[in-house]
Design a protein around this ligand. Structure first.
Ligand code: NAD
Length: 503
């Protein structure tokens, strides 16, 4: 398969201008074969000021458009995404190395959030609150916030943008998007699709959604800009540690969606067949490159010898291969650095007494330049060192436990707090795991592994995952400002708390 030719025809079908992917200095390599498939012009840091100014002007127009009308744009975006699902999904597979099914799944997620946001455009509700003063009414209104800067990671190159953009637009805000430097093509494909929706919509202001391509320094310029009201940044905890304080310093608002080191517990009563399938997808799917990938597994000692050998078999037999070949379940790592990081983590685990199954490089015919690795299952004597960190690769550390309280303590003992799960058929254990003293993560599942969230729920995690929430539930409130209004319709002027001030 000629990946370069496939990239070209896919970009053409999506309607991306040839000059936008052939004439720049940012080289784009496909993880599928390792070859350079495009070169994209980079936005200069010095341009950020005028781009933000344009977005600010767009804001002044867009915030006055009624929210249901703003929702109409998102309805059209959803329609255009449905039309281009196959092509954008293919581009995700080419640029991020996902299987065809997962590439399509990512675009489906974009469609789902559009549907959600269209409904939301008629439901940006505020409360009416009882007041203590006669002849008064108190209420909350939710107003558009301002320019939203979206910084996204390579591994969900388009879904994260759509979660943010569908909500931000419906909430009345313009968006400036800085995608990962590893995935500018899918970003341009998404923008071409959005352009068709904007054209059908008719009267959206210029600069409503702007794509800027570049590296961390470009993201930093957006982060530091005082006119960017909200920074929604998705990526590593390392990046969040820089971005969070920078935004806070200027009293901006941030939504941080950072790294995960997600854990699961397999209790004695677990349905082991379901557990095996759940763990396999959670830990090996997307070649371990999801923020929600399952990375640590605590297995009760009474079932350890039944589950772990079955897992080992799954690791030894799972098909690793070219993601554009629909038979492969595990595709490539994003690049050589990711492969090297995986090997370093495995060496460190071995030094701590870890017993490693898999992890070696796999050579794929006609894709020799891609960094494919067999997923690694590592049986650890205890949770120490490298197990406590996120390595963005398919490594699952397995540990034995005796007592559920202790397993939950261990589970919660790492820095990240994104996603978690328990496999059990014991109702008491299940409820305990998701109660206040159970998992400390933003996502806690029962009989489902840690990955594969739906858009209806709020997505995000605690502690070093950053605390941000995106997507469903009431995450939209993060994209709006709340105004509390008290209206006096009486002829008196009573003061709150009975205070008197007679002049
Ligand atoms: P990364 O942190 O290397 O890059 C993410 C984005 O941040 C890129 O666009 C990058 O250019 C930008 N960036 C880097 N330094 C910056 C700076 N100083 N200022 C502003 N922007 C900067 O992450 P990655 O390797 O692309 O993605 C993998 C990581 O993302 C993993 O840690 C994964 O867990 C995490 N992730 C988290 C979520 C979530 O929702 N919690 C979702 C996807 C990925």
């Amino acid at each position: 398969m000629n990946v370069k030719a496939l990239t070209k025809s896919t970009l053409e079908k999506l309607g991306v201008n040839k000059a936008d992917w052939t004439t720049g200095e940012l080289k784009v390599d496909s993880p599928v074969t390792g070859e350079t498939i495009a070169s994209v012009p980079m936005t200069e840091v010095a341009q950020v000021d005028s781009i933000v100014a344009k977005a600010q002007t767009a804001f002044e127009h867009w915030r006055a458009v009624p929210a249901p009308r703003r929702g109409e744009l998102i309805r059209l975006l959803g329609e255009e995404l449905r039309r281009s699902k196959e092509d954008l999904g293919m581009l995700v597979s080419i640029e991020a190395g996902k299987s065809i099914s997962e590439g399509l799944g990512e675009v489906q997620e974009m469609i789902d959030i559009c549907d959600f946001a269209v409904g939301l455009s008629r439901q940006l509700y505020g409360l009416t609150i009882a007041t203590e003063r006669p002849g008064h009414r108190m209420m909350e209104q939710w107003h558009p916030l301002g320019v939203v800067g979206v910084i996204s990671a390579f591994n969900f190159p388009v879904a994260v943008w759509s979660w943010n953009t569908a909500l931000a637009l419906v909430c009345g805000n313009p968006v400036i998007w800085k995608p990962s430097e590893k995935s500018p093509l899918t970003a341009m494909g998404s923008m071409a699709i959005l352009a068709r929706a904007l054209e059908r919509f008719g009267d959206a202001p210029e600069g409503l959604v702007t794509l800027i391509n570049g590296k961390g320094d470009l993201g930093a310029a957006l982060v530091e800009h005082r006119k960017v009201a909200l920074i929604s940044a998705t990526g590593s905890t390392r990046m969040g540690r820089i971005v969070g304080p920078k935004v806070a310093e200027r009293f901006g608002r941030s939504i941080l969606e950072l790294g995960g080191n997600n854990g699961g517990i397999v209790a004695p009563s677990a349905d082991l067949d379901m557990t095996l399938r759940g763990v396999a997808f959670g830990a090996m799917g997307t070649a371990g490159q999801r923020c929600t990938t399952l990375r640590r597994l605590f297995v009760h000692s009474s079932i350890y010898d039944r589950l772990v050998p079955a897992l080992r078999n799954a690791y030894e037999s799972v098909s690793v291969g070219n993601p554009l070949d629909s038979n492969a379940l595990v595709g490539p790592l994003i690049d050589e650095d990711a492969f090297d990081g995986m090997q370093r983590a495995l060496d460190a685990a071995r030094e701590l007494g870890g017993k490693v199954t898999g992890g070696e490089r796999v050579t794929i015919t006609d894709a020799e330049g891609g960094f494919y690795a067999r997923p690694a299952l590592v049986e650890m004597p205890e949770q120490t060192g490298v197990v406590c960190e996120e390595t963005f690769a398919p490594i699952l550390y397995v540990m034995k436990y005796e007592d559920l309280d202790n397993a939950i303590t261990q589970h919660n003992a790492v820095g990240a707090g994104l996603s978690s799960c328990i496999f059990t058929t014991d109702m008491r254990e299940a409820e305990f795991f998701i109660n206040a003293a159970g998992s400390d993560c933003g996502i806690a599942n029962v009989n489902i592994a840690t990955s594969g969230a739906e858009i209806g729920g709020a997505f995000g995690g605690e502690k070093e995952t950053g605390g941000g929430r995106e997507s469903g539930s009431d995450a939209w409130k993060g994209y709006m400002r709340r105004a509390t209004n008290t209206i006096n319709y009486s002829t008196e002027l009573p003061l709150a708390q009975g205070v008197s001030f007679d002049i």
